[in-house]
Structures are given as C-alpha cells and as structure tokens.
Design a protein around this ligand. Structure first.
Ligand SMILES: [Zn+2]
Length: 198
C-alpha cells in the first residue's frame, strides 16, 4: 500500500484533505471511489509559498489501490482525526480539474475566488561557484552544472533552496533561459579563441 506507507509519517488534516510530509517530499492525498465501489487514492504535490503564506495542492502524480479504507466515509473520519495543517494561513487546490480559489486553512472560507498561481517550475539562471555532483532536481539525471552560470530550480516545497537542473529539463520548461546560457558560453568560448591582433 503506497498511500499511507510508513514514509508518510507526519500527516495533517487540511479541511478534509490529507497532507503528508516524508523524506522524499511532501504531498497530499485524495481518495476517489471507482464505479465498482473500490477506492483509489491519488497522490499530488504540494508547494509551500511562504512569501504569500499559501500551501498549493497541485497536480496528481501517482494513483494506487486503497486497502486500508473501505469507504469514503471512513477516509473522512480518519482525516478528521489528524492534527490540523497550520504551516500557512491559506491554501489553494490547483489540479487538472481547475482551481479552488484561495481558501483559509482554518475555516475553509473562500478568500479570493479568482486566485491563480503559476505552477510552472521556478527556473532561474544563477551564479554557480562550486562543482556540484547533485542530480537534476527535476528528472534525477546526472548532470554537471557549469561554472560560473547555471540553471537552477527554486524549490518552494521543502526548504526554499536552489537545486541544479539539467539541460534537457531546461529545454522543456524554460527554453529561453537555456538559450541565454548557450549564448553566454558560446560568446565566452569565441572571445577566448579570438586571434591576437598585432
Ligand atoms: Zn533534468
């Protein structure tokens, strides 16, 4: 059973939504009943944006069969028994089904029905002064960040840090930034190869 595995040790109730913290990252779980009555759970990402004090419950990544609960009512009872999520004042659900607007974590009141949030990964070009051996923050592939400038992901969800991103993922999510970097290194190479004028 993936949904409530040992890894998801810390669990919270956010207005009936289950939020979990695990060493592999944080997320949220939603249970849905299939036509034949069996339960499935969908596991999605969460992002904590401290700047605007919002927890974003976003896109579902995994789906698995539920064995621990038999009905949605049971699930609701269980989630209700968990400590309340209080790491931000507000939250918003932004999935394939649309946006919930901005809600108050404590009361569930809608604060701003038209709330929108850019879920695209926050990629930036940043000075890089060390030889990083970290894998790409997005796909996990081995890649070497160039010195002195590299592409990074600003990771809101865990501890607000910059993590290196490979060229392939850069091409996919921020092609303009990759082009800028390519131009930069191209020019740098050209300038070092310039013939010395006599
Ligand atoms: Zn990558």
């Amino acid at each position: 059973m993936v949904c409530l595995s040992q890894k998801m040790k810390k669990q919270y109730n956010l207005n009936g939504n289950l939020i979990f913290e695990s060493p592999d990252g944080n997320g949220w779980v939603e249970w849905v009943e299939a036509d034949d009555g069996t339960l499935h759970c969908l596991v999605g990402d969460i992002k904590i944006d401290k700047e605007i004090d919002v927890t974003i419950l976003s896109t579902f990544k995994n789906r698995s069969d539920e064995t621990r609960f038999k009905t949605v009512v049971e699930v609701k009872e269980y989630v209700k028994s968990l400590p309340q999520w209080n790491k931000t004042k507000y939250y918003s659900k932004i999935t394939e089904l649309g946006s919930s607007g901005l809600l108050d974590c404590k009361t569930g009141d809608v604060i701003d029905a038209g709330f929108e949030y850019d879920l695209h990964p926050h990629l930036v070009i940043k000075f890089n002064n060390i030889n990083r051996k970290e894998p790409c923050a997005m796909c996990g592939s081995r890649s070497q960040t160039k010195i002195p400038l590299g592409l990074f992901l600003f990771d809101y969800s865990s501890s607000a840090v910059f993590r290196p991103v490979c060229n392939g993922c850069g091409e996919k999510y921020a092609p303009i930034l990759v082009r800028l970097l390519t131009d930069f290194y191209q020019n740098e190479d050209d300038s070092t190869r310039l013939p010395i004028q006599e």
